[in-house]
Design a binder for this molecule. Structure first.
Ligand SMILES: Cc1cc2nc3c(=O)[nH]c(=O)nc-3n(C[C@H](O)[C@H](O)[C@H](O)COP(=O)(O)OP(=O)(O)OC[C@H]3O[C@@H](n4cnc5c(N)ncnc54)[C@H](O)[C@@H]3O)c2cc1C
Length: 366
């Protein structure tokens, strides 16, 4: 009997990979080092590309039923309203707008869908060693030796799989201290995202249920940057972080592939991280099935295909982050003059919308 594929990491990428593989009739094992699921909100935007690839799993319907659709962006420059922009999602081929749902909920829905297919996450099993030969992969995890036909490393930014394969993770880091807060808030229009391009850095507020907002900015603490007239209540989560842009040098070695944060990390501006990982998982499941059916080159095809796509997205996110986060009087003046102008035209709105909705590259099964 052939060994089952092994997925290392039960974040959104690994869970989606196991689900997509199961829909192709292939049962995998999925292990995670953590004792239980992570409960913090983290990625909030589920984009239309992700909703499209989750179609038919049941998870898409649950996300759209539970999540908050957002297609209006209220843009400001140094605290002054400059434009209210509708994202023309239908005009660019999306069936749905972006839906805002805390990552912990998206993971819970994926986990439940997997359990309904008879696959349970094996928790408390950290991959510590990996080797491969002509017939499979051997892993040490949580004191157990696991033999697998193929392996997907979806074990996050500090991926033990990537380290075991000696794959470099080149890139750069931004100096700024980014700040994030989930807080009860009243004041802004609850149906629109609020973006203020300030001279000292951006201030973003995104509603994610009737009560809570995600605030993002950098530099000064977010509490000091809240606009006049807004009222804050309980702070649910606060986190400071640094932004790095990194892409693994390759995403495949033999029977082992990388996906999600294990292969690429970038700023949260544009909301791509989790979505890009789920897309990697979708393409991997397609290639993994073909490989297991005898197409020996298919995992290398996955590696080459996704490396090119993920490089493009990391570049797009880096460019958007630089534009959004440029500080100083000159950048503010340029934005104040250009945003209302650009917002009035369809083509710039479409270009930014494509990027934010995950539609800046076609979804083609290689
Ligand atoms: C504070 C914060 C805010 C964020 N905000 C956003 C946002 O607004 N929008 C956005 O798109 N993205 C955001 N992200 C990024 C987003 O959370 C990630 O892109 C996403 O979680 C990547 O999913 P993943 O499954 O690839 O990796 P992860 O979610 O990191 O999952 C990896 C899993 O692997 C497990 N693991 C690790 N090592 C091992 C090992 N050795 N063996 C077995 N298992 C292992 C971990 O326990 C974890 O469960 C944010 C992240 C953080 C931390």
């Amino acid at each position: 009997m052939t060994d089952a594929p092994l997925i290392v990491g039960a974040g959104p990428t690994g869970l989606a990979a196991a689900l997509f593989l199961s829909r192709r009739g292939i049962a995998s094992r999925i292990i995670d080092s953590a004792a239980g699921p992570v409960t913090t909100s983290r990625a909030l935007g589920v984009n239309p590309r992700t909703l499209a690839i989750l179609k038919g799993t049941g998870v898409e319907d649950e996300i759209t039923a539970e999540g908050l659709p957002i297609s209006t962006f209220h843009l400001h420059s140094n605290r002054k309203s400059v434009a209210r922009v509708e994202i023309p999602y239908k005009a660019i081929g999306a069936e749905q707008p972006m839906h805002v749902l805390p990552q912990a909920r998206t993971e819970a829905l994926l986990t439940r869908a997997l359990a309904e297919r008879g696959i349970e996450v094996e928790r408390g099993k950290a991959l510590t060693a990996l080797s491969q030969d002509e017939t499979g992969v051997t892993v040490t995890a949580g004191g157990e030796t696991i033999r697998a036909s193929i392996l997907l490393g979806a074990d996050g930014a500090h991926s033990a799989t990537r380290h075991a394969l000696n794959i470099a993770f080149p890139g750069d880091a931004m100096d700024a201290d980014w700040r994030l807060m989930d807080v009860e808030l009243t004041g802004p229009d609850p149906d629109a995202a609020w973006i203020d391009f300030r001279e000292d850095g951006p201030f973003v507020a995104l509603p994610f249920n009737n009560r809570l907002w995600r605030l993002i900015g950098f530099g000064e603490p977010l509490q000091n940057r809240i606009p006049q007239g807004w009222t804050t209540g309980k702070v649910e989560w606060i986190s400071d972080f640094h932004v790095s842009n990194r892409l693994a040098e390759r995403m495949n070695v033999g029977r082992v592939c990388l996906a999600g944060d294990a292969a690429h990390i970038h700023s949260p501006i544009g909301g791509r991280g989790m979505n890009l990982g789920i897309e990697d998982a979708f393409i991997w499941a397609h290639c993994a099935e073909a490989y297991l059916k005898g197409d020996a080159g298919k995992l290398a095809v996955f590696g080459d295909n996704r490396h090119a796509v993920d490089a493009l997205v990391v570049q797009h996110v880096k460019r958007l982050t630089a534009t959004v986060s440029a500080t100083g009087a000159a950048a503010t003046l340029v934005r104040r003059l250009t945003i209302p102008l650009l917002a009035g035209f369809m083509s710039p709105r479409v270009a930014v919308a494509r990027m934010m909705l995950g539609l800046d590259h076609p979804l083609v099964l290689p």
